[in-house]
Design a protein around this ligand. Structure first.
Ligand SMILES: Nc1ncnc2c1ncn2[C@@H]1O[C@H](COP(=O)(O)OP(=O)(O)OP(=O)(O)O)[C@@H](O)[C@H]1O
Ligand SMILES: [Mg+2]
Length: 230
């Protein structure tokens, strides 16, 4: 599959089968076409050559696009409303999940009153509530500090154990990719091509500290960094 923007070749021959139930992480340098790849999978762009076939997907874009005038509950239920539910039905569907997502008592808060991590959880909850079999997550934890980021990674890993989905996750962070994914796909600098695929055969659930300090994890990290030329 190829995607060009004028003379710029963003993706050149990327072929990415994602088996149902698998968590795939895409890593690669800035500008190598990661967001483009997710938008192609989401059906928001068309390839210039080749085909894309994906299950109906819920897309969490690189910037959290919460609506500032809606409270957290109404933001979380937005995808359901777009699918035809009434606002009251959408709120009722979102409400029971707030506790589990660490958002209890913030149902009526507007995005400006939430922390960065909370906003990302609301955006993620909205993506999850869309009820699609495939989740496309573009740098879901990019703007967070290291501690919140580690918490969010653990929380996402647990959520996926409880509620398994097929996931394509874009990240700059090799450790995040290895911690969360079953398979890490490394892209080259633009034009993006697949330079390595790393199978992450670590059992789940993955307790964070034990996982990231294990020799197996260190070996996988070395392979990923080598593929990235770092
Ligand atoms: N709509 C567009 N029009 C023109 N060029 C575009 C468009 N979208 C992306 N590009 C170009 O395609 C290339 C890939 O962009 P993309 O946003 O997919 O990269 P990325 O890997 O997501 O980068 P980052 O890690 O910085 O988010 C870049 O060179 C970018 O300038
Ligand atoms: Mg991007």
């Amino acid at each position: 599959m190829v995607r060009r923007f004028g003379a710029t070749v963003a993706l050149d021959g990327v072929d990415l089968p994602v088996p149902s139930g698998e968590v795939v992480a895409i890593v690669g340098p800035s500008g190598c076409g990661k967001s483009t790849l997710l938008e192609l999978l989401a059906g928001l762009q068309e390839p210039d050559a080749g085909t894309v076939s994906a299950s109906p997907a819920a897309f969490m874009p690189q910037r959290d696009l919460l609506l500032p005038w809606r409270d957290a509950l109404a933001n979380a239920g937005l995808a359901l409303e777009c699918a035809g539910a009434s606002r009251a039905e959408a709120r009722r569907a979102a409400e029971p999940l707030f506790e589990r997502f660490g958002l209890a008592r913030f149902e009526r808060a507007r995005p400006a009153e939430l922390s960065g991590g909370m906003r990302q959880r609301v955006a993620f909850l909205r993506t999850l509530l869309a009820g699609r079999p495939l989740l496309l997550l573009d740098e879901p934890f990019a703007s967070l500090d290291a501690i919140t980021r580690a918490e969010m990674q653990e929380w996402l890993a647990d959520a996926l154990v409880e509620e398994p989905r097929t996931v394509v996750l874009v990240t700059h962070d090799v450790e995040e990719a290895l911690f969360l994914a079953d398979r890490v796909v490394v892209l080259s600098p633009r034009p993006g091509r697949v330079v390595a695929e790393i199978l992450v055969e670590l059992s789940r659930p993955r307790p964070r500290r034990e996982t990231v300090t294990s020799p197996e994890f260190a070996a996988l990290r070395a392979r990923a960094l080598e593929a990235l030329g770092l």
